[in-house]
Design a protein around this ligand. Structure first.
Ligand SMILES: C[S@@+](CC[C@H](N)C(=O)[O-])C[C@H]1O[C@@H](n2cnc3c(N)ncnc32)[C@H](O)[C@@H]1O
Length: 265
């Protein structure tokens, strides 16, 4: 993944707290801090020759580029958790076949929606680690999961338990001992078509969009005690290419889950 050129600034309302916060974030992400000085984000990006600006405001940190604004929100996590509470099926949780106390390695964290639902399912005694290759996404999602104010009790607790690690899963998986997690999960960008969804377009600028390699799946199979699960379009040729024979999901669902059962392998 090519390093992204970006800089950090504040919203127009430039208090000393916001400036201190923006400088600290710039330090953490090894990026440049620039004074906003009433300039537009477009002007700043152009003057600095960067792909986008990380903007620190009093209630939100977001990444603004020509493609739009990217910021943390938990997506459908709360709704999916409520459905699980009401005894409904979540296809991802079913495909993972996880129980309370299990450990899940989410190799493609993104906004963390799937990781939060998995975190609810494994509960207090379980563990979910989310890997994200983009430093900006990892930063925004880590701080969002830790502090998002609008989630209800169980969803908020599930969010706080997800451990975010900024890493390329290809490197991370190589260093893990066999059997380190019960489930290893992938939801690659590659699946997402070039839609006109503003949220996806804003994410795309930041995200690692490389397709999964067969070698990565082979590593995941060694690391998973129970299952390796990949989310893809139902008609995707990726399942065949990556060696997934068992497909899990609703009969008419456009997106389904490829499963490799690792027990007894
Ligand atoms: C489709 S999004 C995942 C969405 C996520 N399942 C959710 O519920 O929000 C894919 C994410 O995986 C990340 N990613 C892709 N390849 C990666 C890699 N090799 N290592 C770590 N993260 C990766 C991308 O940067 C992107 O943020």
């Amino acid at each position: 993944m090519k390093p992204l050129r970006f800089a950090v600034t504040t919203s127009h309302k430039q208090t000393s707290d916001l400036v201190d916060g923006a400088k600290q974030i710039a330090g953490e992400l090894a990026a440049r801090y620039v004074e906003r000085n009433k300039r537009s984000l477009g002007t700043l990006s152009e003057d600095l020759g960067v792909a986008g600006m990380l903007v620190v405001a009093s209630k939100k940190i977001s990444f603004v580029s020509r493609a739009g604004e990217f910021f943390f929100h938990p997506g459908l996590a709360g709704l999916r958790i409520n459905e699980l509470k009401n005894g409904k099926t979540d296809q991802m949780i079913d495909a993972m076949s996880i129980d309370a106390g299990d450990s899940v390695l989410d190799c493609t964290l993104g906004l963390g929606t799937d990781a939060v639902v998995a975190s609810y399912a494994v509960g207090n005694n379980g563990r979910v680690v989310g890997l994200e290759n983009s430093p900006v996404i990892a930063y925004l999602v880590k701080s969002g999961l830790a502090s998002y104010p609008e989630a209800d009790g169980d969803t908020a607790a599930a969010m706080r338990r997800v451990e975010v690690v900024q890493a390329d899963h290809r490197d991370y998986l190589r260093k893990l001992p066999a059997g380190s997690f019960d489930v290893v999960y992938f939801d690659p960008m590659f699946r997402l078509p070039g839609r006109r969804s503003p949220a996806i377009n804003a994410l795309r600028v930041l995200a690692d969009s490389e397709p999964l390699g067969r070698e990565t799946i082979n590593l995941a199979v060694k690391i998973a005690n129970k299952r390796v699960v990949v989310k893809e379009r139902r008609d995707s040729a990726e399942f065949g290419r990556l060696g997934f024979e068992k497909i899990h999901g609703g009969r008419y669902a456009p997106v389904v889950y490829g499963v490799i059962n690792c027990q007894g392998l």
